[in-house]
Design a protein around this ligand. Structure first.
Ligand code: GLU
Length: 435
């Protein structure tokens, strides 16, 4: 990914505070005492545990689970396996989940977890042991009505199956399916969950374009799209935007990217990546860096990797007409200001990538009812939710910017946060501050 050459504060938790404060400045009605409460995570847990590896050595791992807010429902959010996982990152990701669940309007709060290690350096058996031990250490901190994990960076349906199994071992004799989402289809998973984050991005981009967010472009058909990241979100986004008529001109992964102005052959690149572990060097395309990819002239740029990719030091180089954030936290506050000045709208993570948690919610409902909906039903419900959320955010932006607010016009991220904070604060006050 692109490496920072900036003095900007890139601590993700500090970034969430800056984003919150910017939104709160437009919310005079927000009860002041609530601000501190809504910014801080409710509970942060760190577990350290040993694992006996396949080669007989013992290694100690650090795992995290942060529950940011439960006002609107149980905590919800993925589990990430990555060497850079740390408490402030997990706190930030957990708070983004609170706002995301509120924007997409599912009855969940926000949570996130992670274990700091590189799964690419470990065998499947090691990763299974790490998962089981991490989940058993969390014990009853997770549960179908308290805090519900899901996949995130470098975790997948297979990981979720181990989480479900471990939790079920600890709680025999009851329906535990709702303890985790993103499970395999034959273990209570939902149709459409695997590609839901990307499909939600597509529906969101389509809605925003129809609503006139980019002048002169009212749809995805014919759009030139560059995608940073080729994991679950990025690879599915490439396929789905392509199916919707877009030209995918560039994709990348942690090692670098590839460009073909006439359109990438996605099936060939996926096969090449499965064989070599990277998209770099795929046939019929030119190798580029992740920094080059972010600066490509295109209609839609989809950051679908990690945090802090578009920053104060490279945002001025962005030449996309629309940014659609499939990743969490890819754009820093300094970059947000630069992009706003350049008139490049950003469909923010807490809106654009909320399709993942939306279908997670559908999965949880199906689990509670012991049902399985068909794919068409899932996608139809997802589209309805995404369009409603996009309308609420665009509507809020229009309302504030038309009012000629003294703090100046807002971007879509601030609008989304205002919508979300309003919804959470409203319920907090209705329920009453306990006791
Ligand atoms: N990890 C995903 C996200 O950041 C999905 C969370 C979920 O489904 O609970 O939105």
């Amino acid at each position: 990914m692109s490496s920072p050459t900036t003095t900007e504060d890139l601590n993700p938790f500090h970034i969430t505070a800056q984003q919150f404060d910017r939104a709160a400045a437009y919310m005079p009605q927000l009860k002041r005492g609530l601000i501190d409460y809504l910014k801080r995570p409710h509970r942060s847990v760190i577990v350290e545990f040993p694992i006996e590896m396949a080669d007989g050595t013992v290694q100690t791992f650090t795992g995290y689970r942060v529950l940011h807010n439960m006002v609107r429902g149980p905590g919800k959010g993925g589990i990430r396996y990555h060497p850079n996982v740390n408490l402030d990152e997990v706190r930030a990701l957990a708070s983004w989940m609170t706002w995301k669940c509120a924007v997409i309007d599912v009855p969940f709060g926000g949570a996130k977890g992670g274990v700091a290690f590189n799964p690419k350096e470990h065998s499947e058996a090691d990763i299974r042991k790490i998962t089981r031990r991490y989940i058993s250490e969390l014990g009853d901190l997770i549960g179908p009505y308290t805090d519900i994990p899901a996949p995130d960076v470098y975790t997948d349906a297979r990981t979720m199956a181990w989480i479900f199994d471990t939790y079920s071992m600890m709680h025999p004799g009851r329906n535990n399916l709702g303890v985790v989402t993103g499970k395999p289809l034959d273990i209570g998973g939902s149709h459409g969950r695997d590609e839901a984050t990307a499909r939600g991005c597509l529906y969101c981009a389509e809605r925003a374009l129809v609503r006139g967010v980019v002048s002169g472009r009212d749809g995805v058909d014919g759009a030139r799209v560059a995608i940073q990241g080729f994991g679950n979100a990025g690879a599915h986004a490439a396929t789905l935007f392509h199916e919707a008529g877009a030209h995918i001109i560039a994709v990348s992964d942690s090692q670098g990217g590839i460009l073909n102005e006439r359109g990438i052959d996605l099936a060939a690149v996926a096969a090449y990546k499965a064989k070599t572990g990277t998209v770099l060097g795929a046939a019929n395309a030119r190798n580029i860096s992740n920094a080059d990819l972010l600066a490509l002239e295109c209609d839609i740029l989809i950051p679908a990797a990690l945090e802090n990719q578009i920053r104060g030091d490279n945002a001025a180089a962005v030449r996309a007409r629309l940014i659609c954030e499939a990743a969490n936290g890819p754009t820093t506050p300094t970059a947000d200001r630069i992009l706003q000045d350049k008139d490049i709208p950003v469909l923010p993570d807490i809106l654009a990538n909320s399709g993942g948690v939306c279908v997670s919610y559908f999965e949880w409902v199906q689990n509670n009812e012991n049902e399985q909906w068909d794919l068409q039903e899932v996608n139809h419900k997802l589209r309805t939710k995404m369009e409603r959320a996009a309308d609420a955010v665009i509507g809020k932006q229009t309302e504030i910017n038309r009012s000629g607010h003294t703090n100046g016009p807002i971007d879509l991220r601030t609008a989304a946060l205002i919508v979300a904070i309003d919804r959470v604060a409203e319920v907090a006050l209705k329920r009453g501050i306990w006791p």
